[in-house]
Design a protein around this ligand. Structure first.
Ligand SMILES: C[C@@H](c1ccc(Cl)cc1)n1cnc(-c2ccccc2)c1-c1c(C(=O)NCCN2CCN(C3CCCCC3)CC2)[nH]c2cc(Cl)ccc12
Length: 100
């Protein structure tokens, strides 16, 4: 309705709310707050992989996340950053829209 529409400012329509297990991972990478843009979620996940040294130093596109909470969320031991589909599937399961 009209009163709802004016409540959602442009800055908020693209916010997502991570479910708790994903939020904990983002916070471990320095994220503050509970809602983010998808770009921010990806940035913090990248930071998390770097800080936790989950990527292979020689084959830097390979991420070995088995034994880490990230691997629990993804349901994978490892993945290549060249194939983002497992990450997007995990985000579908672990993000809700924060608008409204
Ligand atoms: C294109 C982008 C991407 C983004 C999303 C996806 Cl689903 C795949 C791929 N990407 C390309 N390489 C990486 C990457 C590789 C190794 C370690 C950390 C990040 C990323 C990822 C970023 C990111 O925000 N990337 C910024 C620039 N990166 C360049 C790579 N740089 C590092 C490469 C290893 C050596 C140190 C620098 C870090 C900054 N966020 C991610 C989150 C996840 Cl779940 C997985 C990967 C990434």
């Amino acid at each position: 309705a009209a009163e709802n529409a004016c409540r959602v400012t442009l800055g908020q329509v693209n916010q997502v709310r991570p479910k708790l297990p994903l939020l904990k991972i983002l916070q471990a990478a320095g994220a503050q707050g509970e809602t983010f843009t998808l770009k921010e979620v990806m940035h913090y996940l990248g930071q998390y992989i770097m800080v936790r040294q989950l990527y292979d130093k020689r084959q830097q596109h390979m991420v070995y996340c088995g034994g880490d909470q990230l691997g629990e969320l993804l349901g994978l031991e490892s993945f290549s950053v060249k194939d983002p589909s497992p990450v997007y599937d995990m985000l579908k399961r672990n993000l809700t829209s924060a608008a409204m």
